[in-house]
Design a protein around this ligand. Sequence first.
Ligand SMILES: Cc1cc2nc3c(=O)[nH]c(=O)nc-3n(C[C@H](O)[C@H](O)[C@H](O)COP(=O)(O)OP(=O)(O)OC[C@H]3O[C@@H](n4cnc5c(N)ncnc54)[C@H](O)[C@@H]3O)c2cc1C
Length: 330
Amino acid sequence: MAMNKYLVFLEQRDGIVKKASIKLWNTFQKLAAMHDDIAVCGLFVGAADLHQLQVTLVGAGVVYYASSTGFSLYNPERYASLVADTFKREACSTLFFADTILSRELAPKLSVRLNAALLSGSPMFDAAGVDSGSLRSVYSGSALASFHSDRLPRIYTISSFPIIPANPSRTHIDFIPLQQPCSVNGEELFPLVRMMTMREGRGDVTEAGIIIAGGRGVGGADGFALLEQLAFLLGGVVGASRAAVDEGWRPHSEQIGQTGRTVAPALYLACGISGSLQHIAGIGSASLVVAINSDCHAPIFDVADYGIVGDASLVLQKLINAVQDFLKKK
Ligand SMILES: Cc1cc2nc3c(=O)[nH]c(=O)nc-3n(C[C@H](O)[C@H](O)[C@H](O)COP(=O)(O)OP(=O)(O)OC[C@H]3O[C@@H](n4cnc5c(N)ncnc54)[C@H](O)[C@@H]3O)c2cc1C
């Protein structure tokens, strides 16, 4: 049987592989562990700390990395050329990205360069482990639609990950530097000169393992002080509903939902958030959802694993006290 080779793009920020890309890599390692005729290789572009890469990525296969100065800052043309060159040279069938702001720019460019089908959402695999399309929520999360393409190659931007019940069995990865800068046709357009971090010191909700999110029910910008305190104690970050953002209580970078960020934390604590379809659309990949709301009929309780009916500030204060007591005893 012909070998299927998947290329996984390992997106980084400040030289560290993003959590969404690690999740992507692990998902394909599990898939490869179940199917001998599936091979996975990775591509890391940017200032690489080889040791960091070696401890971060587990499984088997090859990871190519391009860390020459031409790749240290994101440049869409240059990155697209490198990914396309690697994809063709390795004779891959499918290219996978985590769904991020960067991949939403790169993937369509590559779709044109490689004449590839472009799919998004959660990929589906047939019994042989071959990608067979994607599932995506539509109508603000009230329905699921499946998308298929017979065309090869295919490119996916993945926002939620299929559950694959296997563990990586092989454990050797070859890390191979890409020496040759790829050819970039014509003049480079729009090179990135520097990265700016909005609102220094705040965490990125898309990367966070714990999110303490607040909505209109928090009552105002000051009400978020308790959420920040709890997030700090738990090593998490603060998120917000659109209502809280529209009120000007929180920045848009923290908005979660259909027109905000899609998040995948281990714990999502929703405080004073009603649970509109547009908000829920952003938290489908959260492992555990806990909701605090004063209205026992709030729709958020339909999707929450645990619910607490009560005033958000009172419950948050109790939670903060309990965590502080716990930390003191440790
Ligand atoms: C096209 C479109 C895109 C949208 N995109 C997004 C999006 O990306 N993200 C998003 O969040 N929304 C989005 N919305 C808006 C969405 O429809 C809701 O209006 C919004 O999510 C409501 O935010 P909320 O839950 O904070 O506020 P509300 O709906 O007003 O809910 C407040 C909740 O707080 C509770 N509450 C009140 N007081 C307390 C208290 N003291 N303690 C505890 N609970 C209390 C109430 O019972 C209520 O459930 C979008 C809407 C449209 C039309």
